[in-house]
Design a protein around this ligand. Structure first.
Ligand SMILES: [Zn+2]
Length: 448
């Protein structure tokens, strides 16, 4: 899902016992004289300066981090720094101070080293200092990875200690989830959507093969050797594995059919680009509209595989050439004619009899229509836009806004929202439910 770097979270501890047992153990065994600091964000410095200047501000939030009582019985601290993305610079300077992490730690001086994990420290990362000293750390805001953090390690500079380093503070880089309203999908997100849809899809039991042929099971369920590929006498059944659509196809898209999409267009990158573009063009801009559109497209194209209907049940209006094509499998000559016109000038659909007459009387118009029809199978742009045009011509956004999957399905399948005999309604509903989960629709900012 879409995640944006939104805040820093500072945790202050000499060690945090919960998931840093090893480091804690080390710190407990440090002798009384050792340097055991706790690194903390200098809150006052940042509060005064940074909101205006740097685009971030430190706010007190929950005090949820508990220091090990052996190390620091004073108040634990936990700050969240919210970041204003518009103001944030390429480099952030953060000021820290060092306090005593262990009451009896008598050695005042030691070395603190900052280690960036998934984030680059732009300046000096290692310094020698005393309790009470402050130090500044520069962080490059370019390319901060998910789960990035900075950890501070303390090292005693006395010769009589083991030289082990202890963790004495950390900064986490937090991400907030953003929904898909009014923004594009990234290629990564679209890959994730296709992956999750296929993983959630029906599971098939697929017979397993080895180099000799089928694998068999004995009555205890053990795999058995099968000389010459023949069924061994003790075999009771063929060994089958559960496979979902993702196991079978991965994220390969639009790669099936007697006629299919041209190879250079059948990629997640092009799919993402054209979807984003059509969603803008046809006002499919909220999560719920996108969920409905993708659910219908996933059903019509057999899980994003075909832009050409294999074997239509009935002859489409105008002949078999006008079978289901594109992301929503437009069918019938008049639907293609209207979608093409709508793509050009947003015109409203016209009556099929009128279209028949136009096509009969104007061979050039028919020739151009047929070229377009072919492209709705072969080219991602026309596969996507023909479907977007149909979506808007029939005001499907309104049914999506009402979250009425039945009416959306009726218009896609029959062209008429009041029809009740809808092909594949249960599958359409299933994909729509799955997409709601994948989108984490609960968190959508426009959810009613
Ligand atoms: Zn949303």
């Amino acid at each position: 899902m879409g995640k944006k770097l939104e805040y820093f979270k500072f945790e202050v501890y000499a060690t945090n016992a919960k998931d840093r047992i090893a480091s804690l153990t080390k710190a407990l065994f440090f002798s009384k004289g050792d340097f055991v600091p706790a690194v903390s964000i200098d809150k006052d410095y940042h509060t005064e300066n940074d909101k205006k200047e740097m685009g971030y501000e430190i706010k007190d939030t929950e005090k949820s981090i508990t220091l090990s009582p052996d190390l620091d019985e004073r108040n634990p601290q936990f700050y969240i720094v919210e970041i204003d993305r518009k103001k944030v610079k390429k480099e952030l300077q953060l000021r820290f101070y060092v306090k005593k992490g262990k009451e009896e730690a008598k050695d005042l001086r030691g070395i603190i080293e900052a280690k960036g994990i998934g984030v680059e420290i732009a300046g000096k990362a290692k310094m020698e200092l005393d309790y009470g000293w402050k130090f500044d750390l520069k962080i490059s805001t370019d390319n901060i990875k998910k789960d990035a953090r900075i950890e501070f390690y303390a090292e005693d500079d006395d010769k009589d200690t083991s030289g082990d380093k202890i963790l004495c503070g950390a900064v986490y880089f937090g991400y907030k989830q953003t929904c898909f309203c009014d923004r594009d999908f990234t290629v990564e997100e679209m890959t994730d959507i296709v992956t999750q849809l296929r993983k959630l899809d029906d599971v098939k039991m697929v017979p397993q093969l080895n180099e000799r042929g089928l694998i068999y099971l004995d009555k205890s369920g053990n795999q058995i050797q099968q000389p010459n590929g023949k069924k061994p006498p003790e075999a009771v059944e063929i060994y089958r594995l559960e496979k979902n659509a993702f196991d079978e196809e991965g994220i390969k898209i639009f790669n099936w059919g007697a006629e299919k999409m041209q190879r250079q267009d059948a990629t997640i990158e092009i799919f993402t680009k054209e979807l984003n573009s059509l969603f803008k063009e046809y006002e499919i801009k909220t999560c719920i509209r996108k969920i409905h559109f993708l659910a219908q497209a996933y059903h019509e194209t057999q899980r994003f595989h075909i832009t050409y209907e294999a074997s239509p049940a009935n002859t489409p209006h105008g002949g078999m050439f006008y079978r289901g094509r594109g992301l929503l499998h437009l069918t019938h000559s008049y639907n293609f004619y209207n979608a093409k016109a709508h793509m050009q000038d947003k015109s409203a659909p016209i009556d099929s009899k009128k279209i028949d007459k136009i096509l009969a009387e104007n061979p050039n118009t028919k020739k151009k229509l047929d070229e377009f029809v072919l492209k709705t199978t072969k080219e991602m742009h026309d596969a996507a836009y023909s479907s977007g045009a149909y979506w808007r011509m029939y005001n499907i956004n309104n049914y999506a806004d009402d979250d009425n999957v039945k009416k959306v399905s009726a218009v896609i399948n029959t062209g008429n929202a009041t029809k009740t005999n809808i092909n594949g309604l249960s599958k359409r509903k299933e994909y729509y439910e799955k997409l709601k989960k994948i989108f984490e629709y609960e968190k959508c900012i426009n959810k009613k």
